[in-house]
Ligand binder design. Structure first.
Ligand code: DHB
Ligand code: FE
Length: 283
């Protein structure tokens, strides 16, 4: 993976692009469906151009910007911030699920993180411990509330500086990433730390884009989760922290009220929170 000396738009963009390209994705979209979508996309562009009387200068700036986003490797970043939340809504609604709400995956998921036991501490460096510790526990169940033996809770999140391992330089490969295997009743108890808010790299074309309309590049502090169990629909989601900065104004529009945690100090004075994951049957 490509990372540079300092975390830059170029560095994290290229790392995210390399990871995405390695997946070689496909889709079974029919020609009819592709035609319908294509016509609507071109029609939407036509409407916008007419509505705003877009000029040749603006068109040329757009062309240059699109070239720059590709050259900086920032398409995974830009797309996951500005479009993925809408795709996720369709994904959730189309199937009529009633279990735990999903949220965007974002560009920094890596499969096959190290397996950890149901009661565990996330891999972290000494220096990460400046962040407040967090005990995150709960149960993975089916719709009837039965604990799901065999479920896994994959957790990945940024460190105290807002950086993700494998996408910023100098961080151990699996730092703050793990695949937790729940106990026979579906329970888990993970000690980790509270991540910092995440700032989209602002020194590249995604940052220029945000500046161009006077926006901000911040996401609220969040935990990323992928929860799976045999015969159940896997969910990809994120959890946020009540009262945290940017919770009400996430640049990626990915916060849902059901996904906000409110940790409280436990008997040891460490912030602790319980969150249960409810999985629908496989479609
Ligand atoms: C982006 C980064 C994230 O950590 C996330 O959760 C969503 C989007 C991004 O930079 O595109
Ligand atoms: Fe993230």
């Amino acid at each position: 993976m490509t990372t540079m000396e300092n975390p830059t738009a170029h560095g994290s963009g290229n790392a995210a692009t390399d990871k995405f390209k390695s997946e070689r994705v496909t889709s079974d979209t029919s020609v009819e469906r592709a035609s319908a979508i294509y016509q609507d996309v071109i029609g939407a562009f036509a409407d916008i151009i007419q509505k705003h009387q877009v000029t040749y200068d603006e068109y040329r700036v757009l062309k240059q910007w699109l070239i720059d986003v590709g050259e900086y490797g920032e398409w995974p970043l830009w797309l996951d911030v500005f479009l993925e939340h809408e795709i996720e809504k369709v994904h959730y609604n189309r199937k009529g699920f009633t279990g735990t709400k999903g949220s965007i995956e974002g560009p920094y998921y890596v499969p096959d993180s190290p397996k950890l036991p149901a009661k565990c501490t996330m891999p972290m460096r000494e220096k990460d411990k400046v962040a407040p510790p967090l005990v995150f526990k709960g149960q993975v169940t089916d719709l009837e509330g039965n604990g799901l033996h065999g479920a896994t809770v994959e957790l990945w999140h940024a460190d105290e500086e807002g950086f993700y391992s494998q996408f910023a330089p100098g961080i151990p490969e699996w730092n703050l990433r793990g695949t937790v295997e729940v106990d026979e009743n579906g329970n888990f108890e993970i000690t980790t730390l509270k991540p910092a808010p995440y700032k989209i790299p602002a020194d590249g074309p995604t940052g220029w884009f945000i500046n161009s309309y006077g926006g901000h590049p911040w996401r609220p502090a969040h935990l990323h989760l992928m929860v799976k169990a045999p015969g159940k629909r896997a969910i990809t989601t994120q959890l946020y922290f009540k009262g945290g900065e940017w919770v009400e104004d996430d640049v990626a529009t990915a916060v849902k009220p059901e996904l906000i945690l409110d940790p409280q100090p436990n008997a040891d004075g460490i912030d602790e929170v319980t969150y249960n994951f409810v999985l629908d049957p496989e479609a």
